[in-house]
Design a protein around this ligand. Structure first.
Ligand code: AGP
Length: 606
């Protein structure tokens, strides 16, 4: 969703701001803008892509202090006026804001009554006028911002620049902000990605923090005025390249990065001699693992599907009851929290508001939550305190691919770990670990021999809808395949456990209807074959994802083999052709693969 970048230092700010905006594009946006302190405040903003903003900028903008924003519309339509930065009536203060000001309507009404002419329909604009009023009443900039925020209700990550003061004031409450520390220069951003080419030293602001950032100093304080000592964090070197390289799209790059991403995730965590895995960051002793009464996993979208795979793996290998929950529903159902139970919050971005809210609900009720997160230092990772990073490297396509594989890997490793602490034998553990370690090369093998993806694309690209079926551990894979195709190719997709098909979705089938079936060589295969027969009897065309060398291929109209593995680990392989089918279909239909309409990479509103 919305993104923020700010710069203050000795060099021209605009190149940093524009580069930062490009780096923030992946979050999803519909307009962008910059404000640079160049004598007066120079503001440029427009709807459309960063290129559109670039095309309206003057040849050079001199200032060395500035802020910039990518907006994903919430309050007010996609218009130039609603794009950020917003500025005060006298043009001396400019503000960019992520989050939602819940009492914006009453704040705006009050301002209008005072004769202030608001230029946009946004909730954010009210803040800049309130700051202006405080400054006119004699307050210093930090006090003016603090007093303004005391009148606001909601969430914010915001930056403010002033014509008359060379500083950037930023504040965080519910929307992340990171300050990048340089030598005689500093940056502010809504996530670490735009900062990584400039500095590894960062301050991760906490909710309720404010900071006054100048070229040679950062002063942090709390909402109530107390000053704080901010902790400097050194960003880990991410193994992945944030740049697109030679790939035409981030999604394709990220699909192809899966073998390496998986190696990064399992490295040092799978212990063959013990037939065990070790997720040290979880901080749970074998003794505690033995006593956990149940495990609950929470996520949204792709992360939810990873939770559903993880749930099955945990029950299967550890014989511990496990449940996967839709994060956005969780806290609204007044969940009963068992304090001895273990909860996992699963999220690529670590910023998903629904999952964060679920984490807070569990913690409020005394529950124990661990994060399974990709972005280091993200809000959910910090809120959980303990957890396991999945080490996928930066994932920038809106459609999540390599994060899914690694979430499944992390949860499967946990399933082995809790299984070994309970009844899983060392012999069985060793078989699983051995098979696990081979998966990266098996994905590589598959990516070199992708099978008839184009044939599958031809079969589905003009379909009214596509049905995805799978059983057991392949049912969530079917859901993931459907989500992928739907979100980037805009084809209505349904995903069902294969056995449910005859209870309703079968009504959709007619001559030529495409049905994608995921059927690894597991104990459920025979039953899946029955579902295939039921589909074929109604004229459906079967696109079958199956294991290499399996005679089930004969049941398919289009057969896509993947290397075989332990069936509980098969989702890490069977999902890959589904990702490619979605990618190639979207491409053929002329869709914006990396930035599908209406979607954002990190969904920071509930
Ligand atoms: C995945 O392709 C989607 N874009 C989306 O469903 C995503 O997985 C979901 O919003 C959760 O995001 P998170 O993993 O960052 O929490």
């Amino acid at each position: 969703m919305c993104g923020i970048i700010g710069y203050i230092g000795q060099q021209p700010a605009t190149p940093f701001l524009m580069q930062g905006l490009n780096r923030l594009e992946y979050r999803g946006y519909d307009s962008s803008g910059i404000a640079v302190r160049n004598g007066s405040l120079e503001i440029h903003k427009c709807i459309g892509k960063i290129n559109d903003l670039e095309s309206i900028l003057p040849d050079s903008i001199e200032g060395t202090t500035g802020i910039a924003h990518t907006r994903w519309a919430t309050h007010g339509g996609v218009t130039d006026a609603n794009a950020h930065p917003h500025c005060s009536e006298n043009g001396k203060i400019a503000l960019v804001h992520n989050g939602i000001i819940e009492n914006a309507r009453s704040l705006r009404t009050r301002l209008e009554k005072e004769g202030i002419h608001l230029k946009s329909e946004t909730d954010s604009e009210a803040l800049v006028h309130l700051i202006d009023r405080e400054l006119s009443n004699g307050a210093k900039p930090l006090t003016a911002v603090r007093r303004t925020l005391k009148k606001a209700r909601g969430t914010w990550g915001l930056c403010v620049v002033f014509e008359d003061h060379d500083m950037i004031i930023c504040a965080r409450n519910g929307s992340p902000l990171v300050i990048g520390i340089g030598d005689g220069e500093n940056w502010i951003a809504s996530d670490t990605l735009p900062l990584q080419s400039y500095t590894q030293q960062v301050i991760l602001l906490d909710d309720g923090d404010l900071a006054v950032v100048t070229s040679d100093g950062i002063q942090t304080s709390r909402f109530d005025g107390r000053s704080t000592d901010s902790t400097v964090t050194t960003l880990e070197d991410d193994w992945g390249e944030a740049d697109i390289g030679d790939f035409p799209h981030f999604m394709l790059k990220e699909i192809h990065e899966q073998p390496e991403a998986l190696r990064q995730c399992i490295s040092g965590r799978l212990v063959l001699k013990d037939g065990n895995s070790r997720l040290g960051g979880l901080g749970i002793s074998p003794k505690k693992l033995q006593k956990i009464p149940h495990v609950r996993l929470l996520g949204c979208g792709t992360s939810l599907h990873a939770c559903q795979v993880g749930r099955i793996a945990i029950e299967h290998l550890a014989r511990v009851p496990a449940l996967a929950h839709v994060s956005s529903e969780f806290r609204h159902n007044n969940p009963v929290i068992e304090t001895n139970a273990l909860h996992f919050a699963v999220s690529q971005s670590g910023e998903t508001a629904d999952t964060l809210a679920a984490v807070k609900e569990i913690q409020l009720k005394g529950g124990d939550v661990r994060g399974v997160i990709n972005v280091v230092g993200s809000t959910i990772a910090r809120q959980c305190g303990h957890g396991c990073y999945i080490h996928s490297g930066p994932e920038q396509a809106v459609a999540s691919t390599k994060a899914f594989t690694n979430m499944v890997a992390a949860l499967s490793m946990f399933a082995i770990q809790i299984g070994r602490a309970r009844n899983l034998s060392q012999v069985r553990g060793k078989e699983l670990v051995r098979a696990f370690k081979k998966i990266p090369e098996k994905i590589e093998h598959y990516l070199k021999n992708q099978g008839p993806i184009q044939e599958a694309v031809d079969c589905i690209k003009d379909a009214k809808s596509v049905l995805f079926l799978g059983r057991g551990v392949s049912a969530p894979v079917a859901r993931e395949g459907a989500l992928k195709l739907m979100e980037i190719a805009y084809i209505p997709c349904l995903a069902y456990p294969a056995g449910e098909m005859k209870h309703g979705p079968i009504a959709l089938l007619e001559e030529g209807s495409p049905v994608v079936v995921i059927a690894p060589n597991d104990s459920l295969k025979e039953k899946t074959i029955s579902s295939i027969h039921e589909c074929r009897a109604r004229g459906a065309k079967i696109i079958l994802i199956h294991e290499e060398g399996d005679s089930i291929a004969e049941e398919a109209d289009i057969s896509i083999p993947v290397p075989s593995t332990e069936s509980i680990l098969s989702p890490m392989l069977t999902v890959v052709p589904l990702q490619l089918i979605a990618y190639e279909t979207a491409l053929q239909l002329g869709c914006d693969v990396d930035r599908p309409r209406n979607l954002a990479k990190s969904v920071t509103v509930e």
